[in-house]
Design a protein around this ligand. Structure first.
Ligand code: NFS
Ligand code: SF4
Length: 682
């Protein structure tokens, strides 16, 4: 096939299909809207077109299609008239809708937990290589955090001297032992994943009582795959119990260890300024998009792109410099630690290439659409895969394997490839002139510091403001984009509704990027979008009402922040007692299901948007949405309408305030505030 022929394969057929939807209905982000229009002008097909031409399967969407053996797929849709009397639907083997939907759900948890945890494993391996000094390229950067976390892994930070005196232990020795202990959490067969103990003790005791403390990270994921094999676990409650073990092994294990070790290797994030959206690309620069998830790669690319030899080479090729931009969680990682601007979230990956200004899109793992290879065929952009786990079967995609032992050399090769591609730009460049300022970098340590003042960091001031009612509650709003729903609309509507009602928002993942683009990550936005109580707190402390805590593995930071709030006192003894709620308005990835489930099992009411593939099994659905509250104090919910979605979260927050006896305080504060405003106005 000639290049021209293969390019034709990438060209859209949208024009021939029914009338294309107005881009304004597909996204609320002006840059995205412009780029969808551009894609149509150039007849380059994107996910926005495919979402129109291919509809989701009506049975799969209910969660009741089983293909776990070759006698199926067995499809058990809900009858149109609903279920009257006994539900007699069965697969060939007799599997009920509950069994099928819960198995499918469990496999999503397994997929998500595996993705996060395999990322964590990669970090642990690199960490160990750095600690053992097997690589020159990575070094332990944050020794303070190293010493802080070591005890959680059972690693001593002091030794006894000959005369019995307590001496500091050698930092390299601590690092090696920590790396070994961390890595061992994956293959461990019995006992407990050590970081799970960080949860508030009543929560940990509850998990112990229920027998759901994960034994080893890999073990719990494998056990889901076993139990959901044909003819094994046929009790949806028992299947959900295993989901809990695997999800906790993710949130309080694999993801948490990933965050810990990334912070020690690359530095714990602290607030910094940057900007977001496709407008961060520069027509006269070599533009490199880094897309995917693991900071191991992107950290090296940031360093390589700053080398004078690289900048000189870029100039030699006619560019003014090198501009990096991130997409998906890699974006969040390098933003948090280096202030590298965010180019966009998940649904913008194809559009970035369509600007014609991207000289290389470098990807590692997760959330990378295969179609970027097709889109890139229509432009000069080089797509470069870097991870042995994630290749794209297209002759036009380069694979430059990234090895932690030769990381910096690999990164230089990648950056050089991008620079050398700069003169090959062929199409007219169109970069939407849209970007927003932001402040990011709120690790839970940074929140501690910011709220608690310089002398002694603590969450007490946050708790005080929750107790006195200025802040109504805390929400974790996270997760993906989903082409089945208007891009960023769910994210922004939910978040705005929450902050308008004085709920402070902690964000990660593609929600964080959506908020950044909408200007919600600036302290100034508080005045515009928040209720008076939250606005007052944000102004006094100088923080945005939406705190960017990082990538999706950094949802572990949200768990730690919740734990700190419990510890600071006055708001009950467990996460389930906090006036808090979780949300993923536009989820699509299996990782989101794992995150949702560890939020729920940690005691958080968690609402998902779009849909959840469980409604074909009403009994199972009711178990998730209702019965789990009696077990964990947290439960699932689904609400596609974003305003209603936020209202449900607020109602839950108010329920918790009432249970804590602090509902009256809030009424007083708001009255004060109203009275004060009246005075000011008079
Ligand atoms: Ni999270 Fe990050 Fe975005 Fe969803 Fe994908 S990037 S790990 S999965 S799409 S939020
Ligand atoms: Fe059908 Fe049972 Fe096989 Fe699933 S496991 S495909 S329900 S026969």
């Amino acid at each position: 096939m000639s290049v021209e022929d293969s390019k034709k394969g990438a060209v859209a057929t949208v024009k021939k299909e029914k009338k294309a939807i107005n881009p304004r209905e597909l996204t609320i982000d002006p840059a995205t809207e412009m780029m969808i229009e551009r894609s149509r002008e150039l007849e380059v097909e994107t996910i926005f077109d495919r979402a129109q031409t291919m509809k989701a399967c009506n049975i799969g969407i209910q969660g009741t299609c089983c293909k776990n053996c070759a006698q199926g797929p067995c499809r058990l849709p809900l009858p149109k008239s609903g279920i009257e009397g006994e539900d007699t639907r069965k697969g060939l083997c007799g599997a009920t809708p509950e069994t099928i939907a819960s198995r499918n759900f469990a496999r999503m948890v397994a997929g998500g937990a595996a993705a996060h945890s395999d990322h964590g494993r990669g970090v642990a391996e690199t960490f160990l290589a750095a600690a053992r000094k097997e690589t020159e390229d990575y070094r332990i950067k944050d020794t303070k955090k190293l010493l802080e976390i070591a005890p959680d892994y059972g690693v001593e930070t002091t030794v006894q001297g000959e005369d019995g005196e307590v001496l500091d232990r050698d930092i390299d020795e601590i690092a090696v032992e920590l790396g070994e202990r961390a890595l061992a959490q994956w293959g461990q067969q019995e006992g407990e994943v050590c970081t799970v103990k960080r949860a508030p003790s009543p929560r940990y005791e509850l998990w112990k009582k229920l027998g759901v403390v994960p034994r080893g990270i890999d073990r719990e994921i494998v056990e889901i795959m076993h139990r959901t094999h044909m003819g094994v676990d046929q009790d949806y409650e028992n299947i959900v119990e295993q989901c809990t073990r695997a999800a906790l092994a993710d949130g309080w294990g694999g993801s948490m260890i990933a965050t810990d070790l990334q912070d020690v290797l690359f530095g714990c994030p602290y607030p910094l300024k940057s900007s977001a959206n496709l407008g961060v690309l520069k027509a006269d620069h070599v533009n490199i998009i880094i897309h995917g998830h693991e900071p191991l790669l992107s950290e090296m690319i940031v360093q390589a792109s700053e080398l004078p030899e690289m900048i000189d080479l870029a100039k030699e090729k006619g560019a003014k410099g090198i501009q990096l931009g991130g997409i998906c969680c890699t974006a969040n990682e390098i933003l948090m630690r280096h202030g590298v601007p965010l180019a966009g979230n998940y649904l913008q990956q194809e559009l970035a290439i369509i600007t014609g200004a991207v000289d290389a899109m470098v990807v590692d793992v997760q959330c990378i659409m295969e179609n970027i290879a097709n889109v890139a065929k229509c432009f000069h952009t080089k797509v470069i895969t870097t991870n042995p786990r994630a290749k794209i079967a297209s002759g036009d995609v380069m694979h430059i394997e990234f090895d932690e032992h030769t990381a910096f050399e690999d990164a230089k090769r990648i950056v050089r490839t991008a620079i050398e591609n700069f003169p090959n730009r062929e199409k007219e460049i169109m970069i939407p002139d849209k970007s927003s300022d932001l402040v990011a970098g709120f690790s839970y340590e940074a929140i501690n510091y910011h709220l608690g003042g310089t002398f002694r960091g603590s969450y007490t001031p946050l708790n005080d403001n929750i107790i006195n009612g200025r802040i109504r509650g805390v929400a974790g709003v996270v997760g993906c984009n989903n082409a089945r729903t208007t891009h960023n609309d769910g994210h922004i509507t939910v978040v705005k509704e929450l902050i308008k009602h004085d709920v402070i928002v902690l964000t990660t993942g593609c929600n964080a990027i959506a908020c950044a683009k909408a200007g919600l990550l600036t302290p100034e936005s508080a005045k515009v979008f928040c209720g008076s109580g939250l606005a007052e707190v944000c102004e006094a402390v100088g923080i945005p009402p939406v705190l960017h805590m990082g990538s999706c593995v950094d949802n572990s930071r949200i768990l730690m922040a919740a734990t700190e709030v419990v510890k600071a006192g006055g708001l009950g003894n467990d996460i389930s007692e906090l006036p808090a709620a979780g949300s993923a308005p536009e989820w699509m990835s299996e990782k989101a299901i794992s995150i949702g489930h560890y939020f729920v099992a940690s005691g958080v009411y968690t609402v998902f948007g779009v849909h959840l593939p469980v409604n074909g099994a009403p009994v199972f659905q009711d178990y998730l949405y209702d019965k789990l509250e009696g077990i964990y104090g947290g439960m699932w919910d689904m609400e596609p309408d974003p305003v209603e979605h936020a209202r449900k979260m607020i109602a839950h927050i108010d329920k918790k305030r009432k249970a804590l006896g602090i509902d009256k305080a809030r009424e007083r504060v708001l009255m004060d505030m109203a009275a004060r405003q009246k005075l000011e106005a008079a």
